[in-house]
Design a protein around this ligand. Sequence first.
Ligand code: IMP
Length: 191
Amino acid sequence: MKICFATNNPKKIEEVKAALGDSFEIVSLKDIGCSDELPETGDTLEHNAFQKARYVKEHFGLDCFADDTGLEVDALQGEPGVFSGRYAGEPRSDERNIDLLLKNLGDTSLRTARFKTVIALLLEGDEYKFEGVAEGEILTMRTGNGGFGYDSIFRPVGYTQSFAELTMEQKNQISHRGKAVAELITFLNHR
Ligand code: IMP
Protein backbone atom coordinates (compact mmCIF):
# COMPACT_ATOMS: atom_id res chain seq x y z
CA MET A 1 0.00 0.00 0.00
CA LYS A 2 1.31 3.44 -0.96
CA ILE A 3 0.73 6.22 1.50
CA CYS A 4 2.16 9.71 1.92
CA PHE A 5 3.72 10.75 5.22
CA ALA A 6 3.11 14.51 5.17
CA THR A 7 6.46 15.68 6.45
CA ASN A 8 9.64 17.23 5.14
CA ASN A 9 11.73 15.85 7.97
CA PRO A 10 13.99 13.08 6.56
CA LYS A 11 14.71 11.77 10.08
CA LYS A 12 11.01 11.20 10.70
CA ILE A 13 10.58 9.46 7.33
CA GLU A 14 13.52 7.22 8.20
CA GLU A 15 12.07 6.40 11.64
CA VAL A 16 8.63 5.61 10.27
CA LYS A 17 9.95 3.54 7.35
CA ALA A 18 11.99 1.46 9.81
CA ALA A 19 8.93 0.92 11.99
CA LEU A 20 6.53 0.15 9.13
CA GLY A 21 8.63 -2.46 7.34
CA ASP A 22 8.00 -3.53 3.75
CA SER A 23 4.22 -3.83 3.66
CA PHE A 24 3.80 -0.11 2.99
CA GLU A 25 5.45 2.20 0.53
CA ILE A 26 5.94 5.49 2.32
CA VAL A 27 6.35 8.57 0.16
CA SER A 28 7.41 11.92 1.53
CA LEU A 29 6.20 15.41 0.58
CA LYS A 30 9.33 15.73 -1.54
CA ASP A 31 8.50 12.47 -3.33
CA ILE A 32 5.07 13.83 -4.34
CA GLY A 33 6.54 17.17 -5.47
CA CYS A 34 5.20 19.22 -2.56
CA SER A 35 7.60 21.90 -1.36
CA ASP A 36 4.91 23.96 0.39
CA GLU A 37 5.20 24.84 4.06
CA LEU A 38 2.21 22.95 5.47
CA PRO A 39 -0.20 25.01 7.58
CA GLU A 40 -0.20 24.35 11.32
CA THR A 41 -2.02 27.24 12.90
CA GLY A 42 -4.02 25.42 15.58
CA ASP A 43 -3.50 25.41 19.31
CA THR A 44 -3.62 21.63 19.70
CA LEU A 45 -1.47 18.84 18.28
CA GLU A 46 -4.62 17.18 16.91
CA HIS A 47 -5.72 20.31 15.08
CA ASN A 48 -2.32 20.73 13.46
CA ALA A 49 -1.95 17.07 12.49
CA PHE A 50 -5.34 17.06 10.73
CA GLN A 51 -4.66 20.44 9.17
CA LYS A 52 -1.46 19.13 7.57
CA ALA A 53 -3.02 15.86 6.41
CA ARG A 54 -6.05 17.61 4.92
CA TYR A 55 -3.80 20.05 3.06
CA VAL A 56 -2.04 17.18 1.30
CA LYS A 57 -5.32 15.41 0.54
CA GLU A 58 -6.85 18.60 -0.90
CA HIS A 59 -3.87 19.69 -2.97
CA PHE A 60 -2.40 16.36 -4.03
CA GLY A 61 -5.38 13.98 -3.80
CA LEU A 62 -3.43 11.37 -1.87
CA ASP A 63 -4.31 9.32 1.16
CA CYS A 64 -1.85 10.36 3.79
CA PHE A 65 -0.96 10.75 7.41
CA ALA A 66 0.64 13.66 9.25
CA ASP A 67 2.04 13.92 12.74
CA ASP A 68 2.37 16.73 15.19
CA THR A 69 4.58 16.47 18.23
CA GLY A 70 4.99 18.59 21.31
CA LEU A 71 7.28 18.50 24.32
CA GLU A 72 5.48 19.29 27.59
CA VAL A 73 7.73 20.40 30.43
CA ASP A 74 6.06 20.34 33.85
CA ALA A 75 8.13 23.12 35.42
CA LEU A 76 7.14 25.35 32.47
CA GLN A 77 3.42 24.60 32.86
CA GLY A 78 3.39 22.34 29.80
CA GLU A 79 5.40 24.63 27.54
CA PRO A 80 6.60 24.55 24.80
CA GLY A 81 3.82 22.05 23.94
CA VAL A 82 2.17 22.71 20.61
CA PHE A 83 4.68 25.51 20.02
CA SER A 84 7.73 23.23 20.37
CA GLY A 85 8.85 23.75 16.77
CA ARG A 86 8.86 27.55 16.97
CA TYR A 87 9.66 27.90 20.67
CA ALA A 88 12.56 30.29 19.99
CA GLY A 89 10.77 31.94 17.04
CA GLU A 90 11.26 31.85 13.29
CA PRO A 91 13.20 30.63 11.44
CA ARG A 92 12.85 27.38 13.34
CA SER A 93 16.03 26.13 14.90
CA ASP A 94 16.53 23.04 17.07
CA GLU A 95 19.64 24.58 18.58
CA ARG A 96 17.97 27.84 19.60
CA ASN A 97 14.91 25.94 20.89
CA ILE A 98 17.14 23.81 23.12
CA ASP A 99 19.11 26.83 24.35
CA LEU A 100 15.89 28.64 25.29
CA LEU A 101 14.41 25.61 27.02
CA LEU A 102 17.57 25.06 29.10
CA LYS A 103 17.70 28.75 29.96
CA ASN A 104 14.04 28.84 31.01
CA LEU A 105 14.43 25.71 33.14
CA GLY A 106 17.59 26.99 34.80
CA ASP A 107 18.83 24.71 37.55
CA THR A 108 15.40 23.61 38.77
CA SER A 109 15.33 20.02 40.02
CA LEU A 110 11.77 19.48 38.70
CA ARG A 111 12.69 18.30 35.20
CA THR A 112 9.91 15.88 34.29
CA ALA A 113 8.58 16.19 30.76
CA ARG A 114 6.89 14.19 28.02
CA PHE A 115 6.75 14.05 24.27
CA LYS A 116 3.30 13.64 22.78
CA THR A 117 2.57 12.75 19.18
CA VAL A 118 -0.75 12.80 17.38
CA ILE A 119 -0.99 11.16 13.97
CA ALA A 120 -3.89 12.09 11.71
CA LEU A 121 -4.70 9.58 8.98
CA LEU A 122 -6.91 10.30 5.99
CA LEU A 123 -7.79 7.07 4.27
CA GLU A 124 -10.45 6.33 1.68
CA GLY A 125 -12.65 9.22 2.79
CA ASP A 126 -12.40 8.62 6.54
CA GLU A 127 -10.30 10.27 9.27
CA TYR A 128 -8.53 8.49 12.11
CA LYS A 129 -6.36 9.59 15.03
CA PHE A 130 -3.49 7.80 16.80
CA GLU A 131 -1.51 8.98 19.81
CA GLY A 132 1.71 8.16 21.64
CA VAL A 133 3.42 9.52 24.75
CA ALA A 134 6.98 9.14 26.04
CA GLU A 135 7.68 10.20 29.63
CA GLY A 136 11.11 11.38 30.71
CA GLU A 137 13.12 14.28 31.99
CA ILE A 138 15.08 17.20 30.63
CA LEU A 139 18.85 16.92 31.05
CA THR A 140 20.94 19.89 32.10
CA MET A 141 23.06 19.76 28.94
CA ARG A 142 23.07 18.21 25.47
CA THR A 143 24.13 14.57 25.40
CA GLY A 144 24.55 12.42 22.27
CA ASN A 145 24.65 13.09 18.55
CA GLY A 146 21.78 11.05 17.10
CA GLY A 147 18.13 11.89 16.56
CA PHE A 148 16.87 15.43 16.04
CA GLY A 149 14.88 18.20 17.69
CA TYR A 150 15.06 18.04 21.48
CA ASP A 151 16.46 14.46 21.53
CA SER A 152 19.83 15.41 23.03
CA ILE A 153 18.26 16.89 26.19
CA PHE A 154 15.53 14.27 26.75
CA ARG A 155 16.17 11.17 28.84
CA PRO A 156 13.31 8.67 28.66
CA VAL A 157 12.14 7.01 31.89
CA GLY A 158 14.05 3.78 32.59
CA TYR A 159 17.11 4.79 30.55
CA THR A 160 20.43 6.36 31.47
CA GLN A 161 20.94 7.73 27.94
CA SER A 162 19.24 10.57 26.10
CA PHE A 163 17.13 9.87 23.01
CA ALA A 164 20.11 11.15 21.00
CA GLU A 165 22.30 8.35 22.39
CA LEU A 166 19.89 5.55 21.51
CA THR A 167 19.85 3.79 18.15
CA MET A 168 16.89 4.59 15.92
CA GLU A 169 15.47 1.12 16.64
CA GLN A 170 15.76 1.63 20.41
CA LYS A 171 14.14 5.06 20.19
CA ASN A 172 11.34 3.74 17.96
CA GLN A 173 10.41 1.09 20.51
CA ILE A 174 9.75 3.59 23.30
CA SER A 175 9.19 6.95 21.65
CA HIS A 176 5.97 8.96 21.35
CA ARG A 177 6.05 8.69 17.54
CA GLY A 178 7.07 5.02 17.67
CA LYS A 179 4.02 4.26 19.83
CA ALA A 180 1.66 6.31 17.66
CA VAL A 181 3.07 4.65 14.52
CA ALA A 182 2.63 1.22 16.14
CA GLU A 183 -1.06 2.03 16.61
CA LEU A 184 -1.27 3.22 13.02
CA ILE A 185 0.33 -0.01 11.76
CA THR A 186 -1.97 -2.20 13.85
CA PHE A 187 -4.92 -0.32 12.40
CA LEU A 188 -3.67 -0.55 8.80
CA ASN A 189 -2.88 -4.25 9.15
CA HIS A 190 -6.31 -5.13 10.51
CA ARG A 191 -8.58 -3.28 8.18
P1 IMP B 1 6.76 18.78 14.62
O1 IMP B 1 5.55 18.10 15.07
O2 IMP B 1 7.54 17.95 13.69
O3 IMP B 1 6.49 20.16 14.07
O4 IMP B 1 7.74 18.94 15.84
C1 IMP B 1 7.60 19.95 16.80
C2 IMP B 1 8.91 20.14 17.50
O5 IMP B 1 9.22 18.97 18.26
C3 IMP B 1 10.11 20.39 16.60
O6 IMP B 1 10.98 21.27 17.28
C4 IMP B 1 10.75 19.04 16.48
O7 IMP B 1 12.13 19.13 16.23
C5 IMP B 1 10.46 18.44 17.83
N1 IMP B 1 10.34 16.98 17.75
C6 IMP B 1 9.42 16.28 17.05
N2 IMP B 1 9.64 14.97 17.20
C7 IMP B 1 10.73 14.85 18.00
C8 IMP B 1 11.46 13.74 18.50
O8 IMP B 1 11.17 12.57 18.23
N3 IMP B 1 12.50 14.03 19.29
C9 IMP B 1 12.89 15.30 19.60
N4 IMP B 1 12.25 16.36 19.16
C10 IMP B 1 11.17 16.15 18.35
